[in-house]
Design a protein around this ligand. Sequence first.
Ligand SMILES: [Zn+2]
Length: 97
Amino acid sequence: MTGFLWRVFLVALIIWLLYRLIVTWLRNRSKSAAGAEEAKSSAPEGLHEMVQDNICKVYLPRNQALMLKHGGREHFFCSVECKNKFLEMVRGKEERP
Ligand SMILES: [Zn+2]
């Protein structure tokens, strides 16, 4: 009998979780639909683009990242430490034949 009760409890839990998911999804959808026009006009091109740190592989918004142009490419870093590590790495590569 306890096994049956557990099953009922689990099913109820799953239904509740699905309900919560649907509610949040609907809320986010209506929010983004209403705010889409505003966000587009207020944010400059590429400001909220996500970039990846080459060293620690973390993703961060482009406007918060440190940018370094190297070898015709743009490299992004979360901190000065990561930028320095990259520079050390690049120098090491260039020194070796
Ligand atoms: Zn980093």
